[in-house]
Design a protein around this ligand. Structure first.
Ligand code: FES
Length: 136
C-alpha cells in the first residue's frame, strides 16, 4: 500500500509544526467549545476534535471559528484530522454536517484499505456537533 503525497505532506506537516496544523485542544470549560471523541473498532485508534464556535448569533447559524485535534493513530488518521481542520474552519454547523468521509478520502487520495480512517474523521464531526447541540 502506498500513501499519496497528500497524506505524506499532511502527516509530516502536523509532526513538524503541530500548532500550525491544528494539533492541540481548547479549554473544555469554555462555553463556546464542542468536543467529539471517537474510536475505530477495527484498529483501536482514537480521534478527538474540538470546535470553537460563535455563540452570539442566536440565529441557528453558529459558525466554526477554529478547530483543534488530537489523534492517536495511523498516518491516514492524522492526515484526515489535519484535512478536516481546514475543511471545517469558517463553516456553519449545517455545512459541517454535510462533510462526509468520502470528501476527506477524496481530498487525500486515501487507499481503499484506509477509508475507515476518514470515517473516524466524519464521526468526530458528528460527535462534536451532538455535544454542541446537547448544551443548548
Ligand atoms: Fe486506524 Fe487508520 S488504521 S484510523
Amino acid at each position: 500500500m502506498a500513501y499519496s503525497q497528500k497524506v505524506v505532506d499532511r502527516f509530516e506537516n502536523a509532526l513538524k509544526n503541530p500548532a500550525k496544523h491544528g494539533v492541540g485542544r481548547f479549554d473544555p470549560k469554555d462555553a463556546d467549545i464542542a468536543t467529539g471523541m471517537v474510536g475505530a473498532p477495527s484498529c483501536g485508534d482514537v480521534m478527538k476534535l474540538d470546535l470553537k464556535l460563535t455563540t452570539d448569533s442566536g440565529q441557528n447559524d453558529e459558525r466554526i471559528l477554529d478547530v483543534k485535534f488530537k489523534t492517536y493513530g495511523c498516518g491516514s488518521a492524522i492526515a484526515s484530522s489535519s484535512e478536516l481542520v481546514d475543511m471545517l474552519k469558517g463553516r456553519t454547523l449545517e455545512e459541517a454536517k454535510a462533510i462526509k468521509n468520502k470528501d476527506i478520502a477524496k481530498a487525500l487520495d486515501l487507499p481503499p484499505i484506509k477509508i475507515h480512517c476518514s470515517v473516524l474523521a466524519e464521526d468526530s464531526i458528528k460527535q462534536a456537533i451532538q455535544d454542541f447541540e446537547s448544551k443548548l
